[in-house]
Design a protein around this ligand. Structure first.
Ligand SMILES: *[C@@H]1O[C@H](CO)[C@@H](O)[C@H](O)[C@H]1NC(C)=O
Ligand SMILES: *[C@@H]1O[C@H](CO)[C@@H](O)[C@H](O)[C@H]1NC(C)=O
Ligand SMILES: *[C@@H]1O[C@H](CO)[C@@H](O)[C@H](O)[C@H]1NC(C)=O
Length: 181
């Protein structure tokens, strides 16, 4: 019995090692493909964001899609609260205040949109999921562009808009990969 047990556990060990390596490569491969399909997407951002999530280490492509959408949702929720805090400042100039109000609306709408998108995605309605994530992506761009309408206005949301843009671009890229199969 003993040799048998050993070979079984060795096999198991081999299997888990192999599985870990494969999973690791899936994140890299996926980020590589995402970055290739969208020049605005940073490979390093993709890698760092996905690898920071523990469950990405044993995820397949479909699960990586869910992870990227959940990261997007977290981002949206955090930024919405952040804008709410900024709007409490009584000394805001009217231009910035107007932009922040627009962004607050955009982010508030994007949260339920993304919730629906996750449902669409889970039931493999990739066309609908594509439309949903695209509108979240547009919300980030529209928010950021608002600040550009006035010269020397500075967006306090640049990094956040960019992060959320990138996360939803990753999700969009994954949705399109799955839709091809
Ligand atoms: C990349 O970003 C630029 C500037 O924001 C935009 O005009 C362009 O459409 C984007 N490209 C893609 C593929 O999203
Ligand atoms: C947005 O998500 C990225 C990647 O997960 C993270 O680095 C960043 O801190 C998040 N930003 C906010 C405001 O939650
Ligand atoms: C957005 O962030 C990525 C990586 O985090 C960076 O490469 C890119 O230049 C940023 N884009 C803008 C418009 O700030």
């Amino acid at each position: 019995m003993k040799p048998n047990f050993c070979s079984f556990s060795c096999l198991l060990l081999l299997f888990f090692t192999f599985h870990a390596i494969t999973a690791h490569n899936i994140v890299r491969e996926t980020c590589k493909k995402c970055a290739q399909s969208d020049p605005n997407l940073s490979y390093n951002f993709c890698l760092t964001s996905l690898q920071a999530v523990q469950s990405s280490h044993c995820a397949n492509l479909r699960e990586l899609g869910i992870i990227s959408m959940k990261l997007t949702r977290q981002n949206l929720t955090n930024t919405k609260s952040f804008i709410k805090e900024l709007l409490k400042n009584k000394k805001l100039d009217p231009f910035t205040k107007g932009c922040l109000n627009d962004c607050f609306e955009l982010y508030s709408d994007a949260i339920p949109t993304l919730k629906q998108t996750l449902k669409d995605y889970k039931s493999k309605h990739y066309e609908d999921a594509n439309i949903g994530v695209s509108s979240v992506l547009d919300a980030c761009t529209t928010c950021e562009d608002g600040f550009k309408e006035k010269q020397d206005a500075v967006s306090p949301l640049s990094k956040r808009n960019n992060d959320t843009f990138q996360l939803s671009a990753i999700a969009l890229s994954i949705i399109n990969m799955l839709n091809l199969h």
